[in-house]
Design a protein around this ligand. Structure first.
Ligand code: SF4
Length: 316
């Protein structure tokens, strides 16, 4: 199949913009079909099984179909940070270089709008010896049809279920449609990946849910839904590293009592997975992609191959 034709009338995500990205048009994700990567390297801030010993092999793509007002990666998702343009062959090279650099996994961050190119790169990299588990790290805002195409190449889904409330989705994600669109995606993953077993390799679905301050009831509703629908086939990662919106830095923080109540509910519902510690230093988690090393000291190692390609393309 010629996957690149999927860019011609783009419906890779539920925004269904129908633009011709092969002809340079852009939709809500603001990207043509040219692959743009913001950063690549090893990162040790992911959930322990994904991180492994040396770190997960991250590939951060530029652009995003969602416009979450709290996005930690807003420089690359919404601020038009260009990153480095790569061909599909160079993207496959990047994956192989991450493997040689000691990565525990290939971690594709927000690749929704590049699914056709990523499939081609994965086919190429696997033919040339890529043996690492491949992690699809996304908002979950993909069309089920697009997900079905890339699914055979993915081992572990690290997928957000941000909220099931249209009001909360509208307020935090800029799109009420997210709350409805995530449900068929999770239904699809449930059918395709009925077991998550991180002790014997990275397989299955790890659901990430970030608690939004001031919306504890939305998290309570989500946890109950998760327990009824996903608990037997997924693991949960409950996160609390909310970054206040830039235009509203005084946004209320979730209190310890509220978080403790949620943790009690997780126990009560028999939900298995990971929970994040509360911290006063959320600011530390915000990467600065203008730097070669965007993350806090000790958390990440840039991939020399990526820095070299970035340097050589900036000079040409
Ligand atoms: S990936 Fe989504 S947001 Fe981007 S052009 Fe396609 S349908 Fe629109």
């Amino acid at each position: 199949m010629d996957y690149s034709t999927l860019y011609s009338q783009c419906a890779l995500c539920p925004n269904n913009c129908s633009v011709n990205r092969n002809a340079g048009q852009t939709g809500r994700c603001a990207q043509t079909s040219e692959i743009r990567v913001a950063w690549s390297g090893l990162h040790r801030g992911e959930e322990p099984p994904v991180t492994g010993e040396k770190g997960s092999g991250m590939i951060f793509f530029c652009g995003c179909p969602l416009h979450c007002q709290y996005c930690q990666n807003y420089q690359i998702s919404q601020r038009g940070w260009d990153g480095v343009a790569l061909t599909e062959t160079e993207l496959a090279d990047l994956m192989l270089e991450l493997q040689a650099f000691g990565a525990a996994s290939i971690n594709l961050v927000t690749g929704t709008h590049y699914i056709p190119s990523i499939i081609n790169a994965l086919i190429d990299a696997k033919a040339r010896g890529l043996a690492l588990p491949v992690v699809w790290n996304s908002s979950g805002y993909e069309s089920v049809e697009a997900l079905r195409l890339i699914d055979p190449y993915i081992d572990l889904y690290l997928i957000d279920v941000k909220t099931l409330s249209c009001d909360v989705a509208s307020r935090f994600c800029g799109l009420s449609a997210y709350a409805k669109a995530i449900v068929p995606v999770m239904r699809f993953l449930r059918r395709r990946h009925p077991v998550t077993d991180l002790e014997h390799g990275l397989k299955g679905t790890l659901v990430r849910h970030l608690v939004f301050p001031g919306c504890i009831n939305a998290t309570v509703d989500f946890l109950k839904w998760y327990a009824d629908n996903l608990n037997d086939c997924c693991l949960l990662s409950l996160m609390v590293q909310f970054v206040p919106p830039k235009e509203d830095p005084g946004f209320p923080k979730i209190s310890k009592a509220e978080y403790d109540m949620l943790l009690d509910l997780v126990d009560e519902l028999g939900i298995d997975g990971f929970v994040q510690e509360t911290s006063d230093n959320e600011i530390l988690w915000i990467p600065d992609f203008r730097r070669d090393q965007p993350f806090p000291e000790g958390f990440a190692d840039p991939l020399p191959f990526f820095l070299n390609i970035k340097e050589s393309k900036s000079q040409s």
